[in-house]
Design a protein around this ligand. Structure first.
Ligand SMILES: Cc1cc2nc3c(=O)[nH]c(=O)nc-3n(C[C@H](O)[C@H](O)[C@H](O)COP(=O)(O)O)c2cc1C
Length: 172
C-alpha cells in the first residue's frame, strides 16, 4: 500500500508521532511518503491508498498557520473516497484538546474524504512506552481500515501484523 504522512509541528511532538507512524507503516511493508503540510500539493493525496494527517493545536479555535493553505486547497479538487486518518499532539487537559484536528477533519468529511473514525491525540511528547504503542497501534488499525475491502484481507492483516484486538481505550 502507498501511504502518505503529512504533518505540521512547532516543538516536534506531532513530528515525533509522524515518525513513529512512518516506521510502523514501513515495517508493515508499505511505501511511505512523508512531507510537511505547508509544502505539499493537496491533490497528491489522491495518489495514495491512505493518508495520515497530523496537526498540533496552539489556539483552540484556529488551525496552525502552516496548514491554512492546505485547508483552503481542499475545495479545489474532487477527493471523493480518499482515505485519511488524523493524529496530533496537544494539551489533553484543555477543555477542547487538539481542536485543530477536528476543524480539518470536519472539512475533509464535507469535501468527500473517507475519514477514519478514530483520531489519535497524544498529550505532549510521545516518549513513554504507552504513548509510542498508541501511535503504533493507531497506525496499524488505520492501515487495516484503509485496506479493508474484503473480509479475508482484514483477517490476514490481523495475522500478519500480530496485533491484539482493538483497544478502543487507546483513542480519544
Ligand atoms: C501558546 C500555546 C497554546 C496552546 N494551545 C493549545 C490548545 O488550544 N489546545 C491544545 O490541545 N493544546 C494547546 N497547546 C499545547 C500544544 O498543542 C502542545 O504543546 C503540542 O505538543 C505541540 O505540538 P508540536 O510539538 O507538534 O508543535 C498550546 C501550547 C502553547 C505553547
Amino acid at each position: 500500500m502507498k501511504v502518505f504522512i503529512g504533518y505540521v509541528s512547532l516543538s516536534g511532538n506531532t513530528e515525533k508521532m509522524a515518525v513513529i507512524i512512518k516506521n510502523r507503516m514501513k515495517a508493515a511493508g508499505c511505501k511511505v511518503y512523508m512531507e510537511r503540510l505547508d509544502t505539499v500539493e493537496v491533490d497528491t493525496l489522491k495518489d495514495f491508498d491512505l493518508a495520515f494527517i497530523g496537526l498540533y493545536t496552539w489556539n483552540k479555535v484556529a488551525l496552525p498557520y502552516e496548514a491554512n493553505e492546505f485547508y483552503e486547497e481542499i475545495e479545489q479538487v474532487d477527493f471523493k473516497g480518499v482515505k485519511v486518518a488524523f493524529f496530533g499532539a496537544g494539551d489533553l487537559t484543555h477543555t477542547e484538546p487538539c481542536a485543530a484536528i477536528n476543524i480539518l477533519s470536519d472539512k475533509k468529511k464535507e469535501y468527500g474524504f473517507h475519514v477514519f473514525e478514530k483520531i489519535l491525540k497524544i498529550h505532549q511528547e510521545s516518549s513513554t512506552y504507552d504513548q509510542i504503542k498508541k501511535c503504533e497501534d493507531f497506525a496499524v488499525y488505520a492501515l487495516i481500515w484503509g485496506n479493508k475491502r474484503k473480509k479475508w484481507r482484514f483477517l490476514s492483516w490481523n495475522r500478519v501484523l500480530s496485533i491484539p484486538k482493538c483497544q478502543k481505550s487507546a483513542y480519544l
